[in-house]
Design a protein around this ligand. Structure first.
Ligand code: GRF
Length: 181
């Protein structure tokens, strides 16, 4: 069976959902040394490492180092779970059609880093969660699965995001499992 590498930048609740689902996560990498997600990985006995941009001459070199590190651990399927940097060609080429992202909106609506705030500001009656394949664009790859989440009148970005994340934690492990060879 394919083994999974996960890229993270922050809290790592989606990483936790993958681990709790029993998926074969063998490596977790982050751009951010202080990401709580790295602690979650280590607590689960998973190899974890940070690849801060400052340590490299540029993004391509950093992404190459990160891809090498994952490949060394046998990773064939990559999940970006709250990973906040765009991936460059050297990384994308190493895992063609094998990188999965989770995003807090019904793509193609509200791509980018402020999806929840933008959905609230737009006054849409519903937004949601999407799991999709990653390409070179910002949240533009083919959609694998998505589920709507109603917006409430009294929602703040925090309350809305919390309900979207409950959906993400259910959708992401299911979608990833279906991609395992
Ligand atoms: C998720 O809501 C994801 O959709 C977005 O960033 C958030 C990451 O949360 N891209 P976590 O680090 O998995 O808790």
């Amino acid at each position: 069976m394919d083994v999974i590498g996960v890229l993270v930048s922050g809290a790592g609740s989606n990483l936790q959902a993958l681990i709790d689902d029993g998926l074969p996560v063998v490596a977790v990498a982050s751009n951010n040394q202080a990401a709580r997600a790295l602690d979650r990985a280590r607590a689960a006995g998973i190899d974890a490492a940070a690849f801060p941009l400052d340590d490299y001459p540029g993004r391509e070199k950093r992404d190459t180092a990160m891809a090498d590190w994952l490949a060394l651990r046998g990773v064939e399927l990559v999940v970006t779970a709250g990973y906040m940097h765009l991936l460059t060609e050297p990384f994308l080429e190493r895992f063609p059609d094998r990188i999965v992202n989770v995003h807090p909106s019904l793509l193609p609506d509200f791509p980018g880093a402020h999806a929840v705030e933008e959905a609230l500001a737009a006054g849409v009656p519903e937004t949601g969660a999407t799991v999709h394949l990653v390409d070179a664009g910002i949240d533009t790859g083919p959609v694998l699965v998505q589920e709507p989440v109603p917006v409430r009148d009294d929602d703040t970005p925090e309350t809305l995001h919390a309900r979207i994340q409950l959906v993400e934690h259910r959708l992401l492990p299911r979608a990833v499992r279906s991609l395992l060879a």
